[in-house]
Design a protein around this ligand. Structure first.
Ligand SMILES: CCCCCCCCCCCCC/C=C/C(=O)SCCNC(=O)CCNC(=O)[C@H](O)C(C)(C)COP(=O)(O)OP(=O)(O)OC[C@H]1O[C@@H](n2cnc3c(N)ncnc32)[C@H](O)[C@@H]1OP(=O)(O)O
Ligand SMILES: Cc1cc2nc3c(=O)[nH]c(=O)nc-3n(C[C@H](O)[C@H](O)[C@H](O)COP(=O)(O)OP(=O)(O)OC[C@H]3O[C@@H](n4cnc5c(N)ncnc54)[C@H](O)[C@@H]3O)c2cc1C
Length: 596
């Protein structure tokens, strides 16, 4: 299995390299080779981006060509057995020895072992290691180091390195995630990635970057990329589920009628059409977020880090919500396919196992939403002091006078309703924190006592951002389209707004003048819209344009030959190679004869 995966991975990488294509295409084409994940994903997904983001030009000149030509294969080893979220609590140490101009890497105890890095188990011979930097007896916090861990000729672990694979997981079982320990392992001073901080030969620590969190830059990049990845993952799952629902016929609602396509059931449309809308919403939002990210990078190149806090807040909540929504909606696609959705050959289990992992890695859902909430509360306090708000928080102004927003069920009105919910929930958090402090709590405890509300406020902010971006970008991008295309894409973005308005009626009742009658109207409009979208449902998923080789699904192939493909795959199962398994003769027959 591992050998096959490595072979496929290299065919994918070298093949694309010959075509001179960029890494996003590489990422997309790898889907044609892997149901789960490539052992080389971390190499291109984090090892190369970290060299670009954390190395000086001289260091890039040394390491980048080796990495891009696959002369070295890398991964990103930050998480440890004992810590993943709390980076400042990482235990691996890198202590500078001025007499030899080297760093000595140590794994102090079991919980300090690096754990999880993709490709580390058997594939990588180098890795980025986040370790607590000590020099002249002072700890300067976690810093990135580039470390060779295996001999590039023999692939044997170098002396002082303990490395291996962490074992089977819910998914990602082709990524050879590994563990890594150091026993007084020495690396040259120059292997500290020195773009944001340096250590001179005599061991003097020199802080270069103005912003203390640029070491976390790779994670921001990956979080931005994951939003796009999720759109793609969900689009695959809903293509499978909608095509299958068009083939599958089941039950007899009317005695004298043939069994209908399950796609004709309103409940099936309720399960699946939000998945189509969400794939579009996340794709458009990810492009908007990427443009925001590149804008902040440009500012930072000019030495201006003022826009970084908003980018961190946006990338955190959008990564959290996109991965959470995608995991839930892929599972919903699986539910919509009945028993056959549970078959591995449907590819829905693999898509789910990949998506659900993203809710955790690159920043746990709760932790990242709390990072966003930290920015929201800070912004509210700055608004109270009369300071300007950042663009994505302009809606907070409307809450200043505390008046309730009047409900307007037009798409633009619903977007404003979500702004009001976000503003109201942030305001409620600020009020809760202040109440606890007035009752004698210190700020940290008052914050902790409000964290359940803070996670909800961050989700509400994120939902408001997605709704606004989805609506605006759909209008902008369809301006030149034919009336038919414009109408269908407008239906999808309206469906997204109606769906989430119905999901959040409690909040809308609390923070707007929404009434029970308004809710009845929303429900009726939503159901009518499902019926309008039905005729275009298969066309909409065909428009995602996935080849069968990429979908890898017995249920979702373009030709609709579902039952034939299910049987073809079943007959390939090793258990079907012989009519009678040898377990019958070894165990079952003796048992039947009372001989066990
Ligand atoms: C070929 C394909 C190419 C494309 C590839 C794309 C896909 C690639 C996929 C690869 C597969 C990935 C596999 C998985 C990898 C991993 O999981 S790597 C490990 C990931 N780990 C994490 O994400 C850990 C999460 N934890 C953290 O980020 C931090 O610990 C924390 C939660 C943010 C807390 O950090 P801490 O230092 O404690 O800071 P705080 O005290 O909370 O805040 C201090 C201030 O710093 C600001 N801040 C925090 N983080 C950032 C940041 N990243 N950027 C900017 N600013 C940040 C924070 O807002 C605070 O600011 P103030 O409020 O102003 O004080
Ligand atoms: C498939 C996969 C691949 C991975 N690949 C890599 C890799 O290549 N390189 C790498 O370095 N890492 C990798 N990771 C590790 C990943 O980054 C961590 O698992 C992730 O950051 C979560 O950290 P944790 O596991 O310590 O969870 P924890 O943070 O321990 O989470 C446990 C619980 O504690 C809660 N919690 C934690 N802190 C707080 C807080 N401050 N407030 C409230 N609740 C809190 C969490 O919400 C969660 O409910 C991978 C993980 C997975 C699943």
């Amino acid at each position: 299995m591992y050998g096959q995966i490595v072979r496929d991975g290299l065919v994918n990488v070298t093949g694309i390299e010959d075509l001179g294509l960029t890494s996003p295409v590489l990422q997309r084409t790898s889907d044609a080779f892997f149901k789960e994940i490539s052992p080389f994903l971390l190499h291109f997904g984090m090892f190369v981006p970290t060299i670009i983001g954390q190395c000086t030009p001289e260091q890039q000149a040394k390491w980048l060509p080796l990495a891009m030509d696959l002369k070295i294969i890398g991964t990103y080893a930050q998480t440890e057995l004992g810590h993943g979220t709390f980076i400042r609590g990482l235990e691996t140490t890198a202590t500078y020895d001025a007499s030899t101009e080297q760093f000595i890497l140590k794994t102090p105890k079991l919980s300090s072992y690096k754990w999880w890095a993709g490709g580390l188990g058997k594939t990588a011979n180098h890795c980025i290691v986040l370790a607590q930097l000590y020099t002249k007896g002072v700890c300067h916090g976690p810093h990135p180091f580039i470390v060779q861990i295996r001999d590039t000729e023999t692939h044997m672990p170098l002396p002082g390195i303990k490395v291996g694979e962490i074992g089977p997981k819910l998914g990602f079982n082709t990524a050879d995630n590994g563990f890594l320990g150091f026993e007084d392992f020495r690396i040259p001073r120059e292997n500290l990635m020195m773009k944001n901080a340096q250590v001179t030969k005599d061991g003097t620590y020199v802080k270069v970057a103005r912003h203390g969190k640029l070491t976390y830059g790779t994670m921001v990049f990956v979080r931005v990329m994951l939003v796009s990845d999720m759109a793609y993952c969900l689009a695959k799952a809903v293509t499978i589920a909608v095509r299958y629902s068009a083939v599958r016929r089941q039950s007899q609602p009317k005695p004298d009628q043939p069994e209908p396509q399950v796609l004709d059931y309103l409940t099936q449309q309720h399960k699946l059409f939000i998945c189509i809308s969400t794939a579009h919403a996340m794709k458009l939002t990810s492009t908007w977020l990427w443009n925001t990210f590149t804008g902040v990078l440009a500012d930072m190149r000019d030495g201006n880090t003022d826009t970084l806090p908003e980018l961190h807040a946006l990338s955190s909540c959008l990564k959290a919500i996109s991965t959470s929504d995608t995991s839930a909606l892929i599972e919903q696609c699986r539910f919509a396919c009945g028993g056959h959705g549970y078959m591995y050959s449907s590819n829905l289990p693999a898509l789910y196992s990949f998506a659900t992992a993203t809710r955790t890695y690159e920043g746990d859902y709760t932790v990242l939403l709390l990072q966003t909430a930290r920015f929201l509360v800070k912004s509210w306090e700055q608004m109270d002091e009369g300071k300007p708000l950042t663009p994505t928080l302009a809606y907070l102004e409307q809450s200043r006078n505390g008046s309730q927003v009047s409900w307007d069920d037009s798409p633009e009105g619903i977007v404003r309703g979500f702004d009001a919910v976000a503003a109201g929930r942030i305001g409620a958090c600020v009020k809760s924190i202040r109440k606890h402090i007035n009752n004698g709590m210190d700020y940290e405890d008052a914050w902790q006592m409000t964290t359940v509300q803070l996670v909800g406020a961050a989700e509400a902010h994120c939902r408001a951002v997605i709704c606004r971006v989805y609506r605006d970008e759909t209008a902008r991008l369809t301006a030149g389209c034919s009336p038919g295309v414009k109408a269908v894409l407008d239906q999808l973005s309206t469906l997204y707004l109606l769906y989430w308005a119905l999901e959040r009626t409690g909040d809308l009742l609390r923070f707007s003048s929404l009434s029970e009658r308004d809710i009845e109207n929303l429900q009726a409009r939503y159901e009518a819209l499902l019926l309008k979208i039905r005729p275009n449902a298969v066309g909409l998923v065909d428009a995602f344009d996935f080849r069968d080789e990429v979908l890898m699904s017995t249920l979702g192939s373009y030709d609709g030959r579902v039952y034939e493909r299910l049987m073809e795959e079943a007959l390939k199962t090793p258990l079907n190679r012989e009519p009678v398994s040898d377990s019958f003769h070894k165990y079952i027959k003796p048992m039947m004869q009372g001989k066990l």
